[in-house]
Design a protein around this ligand. Structure first.
Ligand code: ATP
Ligand code: MG
Length: 505
């Protein structure tokens, strides 16, 4: 007999006329890593939200250790040992790690006071047991994503989870971060925990899974084990066609400098200097990629250039004009577009409609400018174009963008920035959370934009992405530029990797 810790049978979930899960069944064996994969909007997060008690299924049953369960809310699922780390982190930035971990699970002393000491002790024990090391007294806002993720995992462990659902945990991790996470996952399963993993990275799926379930349009299209398939086989099952990652590179001319950054310094959120005397330029039609280990200052650099972070020194010139002190809005008016790394907190307003989100940041600029009013028809037509051109899966553009799947929100934001006739695009992790089929497509959009004369400043945690797209690559290390490399066919990952770790040019 198979030892099934969790079984979902014939799950159906409808949102209005949309079928997000259609007769989905999932059999998860105890102590395994079970990956669930599928295109953006295939219904993965919906299924996990059902299993963790956030959504109620319209049909179907869930069994935990062979017993039928009905979850009225996430607490019910927690009591059954199910914990979920969401695709978009759910931590409160202004609270400390400890406060976040205690939230909703407050250890109380007599009289109802919070017993922080006991909680801290319990949490430290759990973290150490599973090999995590997290700073309990630091504010969440000060931590890098790799640590935030560990905080989220420790949080579900603290709540006693036996089944840990990780919804796209690797989308912003560097290779080192992923290695660390995988070590932790393997350790967890050795201790008898079960992990359900959602990811778009098929290499990872092949590497870590015991079982794989493929979803397509809300339907299960495959249940298999890694030894029965390969990455191409999985991609085929997911998108129903071959995915080759072949981009077409049209011949192009790289022109004069559009953006010049000179001796830029900028502080990080904790006040220490994170960008140190950085100088470079981006030319017309050029894609300049920035590589670096997470936390090397690339995020702060991009924010300083776009105006979300005030530089402490240096100058930024755009088309010959000093824009060092201009605000993001002023920069948008000058046709500078921006795709932030975090689509939820910076990239959009989840409670706004798709239309509102598509004109957001541009409502006073370019197109939609009839005095005092937003031209609704124009805005709706523009949104319709973005949705069509970027293959955004949405039923009605009046719906809240927050009801879209993660990858589809990402496509909308990328589409918005690319469709605004911008001359310079500042983009960070543009394909974060996007499925294999759509990555190919977004890459081609970036290449085509540059071929038409748009300048692109690209930061990505995926070295492969930087190498595929860039004409030139800057490697950041410890806040400075460690290397400035022409992206020729001879340039290899190893060379870049050395600079990323502090090797000298
Ligand atoms: N609360 C909601 N209201 C309306 N529609 C929703 C809601 N939640 C999800 N959907 C829709 O259900 C479908 C499945 O979404 P889901 O988030 O499960 O996809 P996913 O497989 O996780 O995709 P991704 O890889 O992009 O994260 C999508 O079309 C989405 O728009
Ligand atoms: Mg999802």
């Amino acid at each position: 007999m198979e030892d099934l810790i969790l079984e979902a049978k014939h799950i159906c979930k409808y949102f209005g006329s949309l079928t997000a899960n259609d007769d989905v069944s999932l059999r998860v064996r105890r102590g395994t890593v079970h990956s669930v994969i599928g295109e953006n909007g295939a219904g993965k997060s919906t299924l996990m939200n059902i299993i963790s008690g956030i959504y109620k299924p319209d049909r179907g049953e869930i069994y935990v250790k062979g017993n039928p369960v009905v979850f009225r809310n996430p607490n019910d699922a927690t009591k059954c040992g199910i914990g979920m780390v969401h695709q978009e982190f759910m931590l409160f930035p202004e609270l400390t790690v400890l406060e976040n971990l205690m939230m909703g699970f407050e250890t109380k002393k007599y009289g109802g006071f919070l017993d922080k000491k006991k909680a801290a002790k319990d949490i430290t024990e759990i973290a150490e047991k599973y090999g995590f090391s997290i700073p309990l007294e630091k504010r969440v806002a000060e931590l890098p994503v790799s640590l935030l993720q560990q905080v989220e995992i420790v949080k579900v462990l603290y709540k006693g989870a036996e089944i840990i659902i990780l919804d796209e945990p690797t989308s912003v991790l560097t290779p080192q971060g992923i290695e660390g996470l995988f070590r932790a996952i393997r350790y967890l399963t050795r201790q008898g925990k079960t992990v359900i993993l959602i990811t778009h990275k098929l290499k990872e799926v092949m590497e870590i899974s015991d079982d794989i379930t493929v979803l397509k349009n809300g339907v299960v299209t495959g249940n298999l084990r890694p030894e029965e398939t390969d990455e191409h086989g999985l991609a085929n099952l997911m998108v129903g066609r071959q995915v080759l990652f072949n981009t077409k590179k049209p011949k192009k001319q790289i022109g004069e400098a559009i953006l010049t950054v000179e001796h830029l310094t900028a502080p990080g959120s904790d006040g220490t200097k994170k960008v140190k005397d950085v100088s470079f330029c981006v030319r017309k039609g050029e894609i300049l990629g920035i590589a670096g280990v997470a936390g090397s200052g690339q995020g702060e650099l991009i924010e300083a250039v776009f105006g979300l972070r005030t530089p402490s020194g240096g100058a930024i010139t755009y088309k010959g004009e000093d824009i060092t002190a201009s605000t993001p809005r002023q920069k948008r008016e000058k046709r500078i577009g921006y795709v932030p790394q975090d689509r939820i907190s910076t990239g959009c307003n989840v409670n706004g409609s798709l239309i509102e989100n598509c004109i957001m940041g541009y409502h006073v600029a370019h197109k939609f400018k009839i005095p005092w009013l937003v031209d609704r028809e124009e805005a709706a037509a523009f949104t319709g174009d973005v949705v069509a051109n970027y293959q955004v899966k949405v039923q009605d553009i009046h719906n809240k963008i927050g009801t879209l799947s993660g990858g589809n929100i990402q496509k909308t934001i990328v589409g918005r920035e690319f469709a605004q006739n911008n001359d310079l695009l500042i983009i960070e992790d543009p394909t974060r959370g996007i499925d294999v089929g759509a990555i190919e497509f977004i890459w081609q959009k970036i290449i085509d934009a540059a071929a038409q004369g748009v300048s692109v400043l690209l930061v990505s945690h995926e070295l492969g992405e930087v190498m595929e797209l860039s004409d030139r690559i800057l490697v950041m290390y410890n806040g400075g530029i460690a290397a400035d490399l022409e992206n020729t066919p001879e340039l290899d990952e190893k060379t870049i990797g050395l600079y990323m770790l502090g090797g000298k040019a």
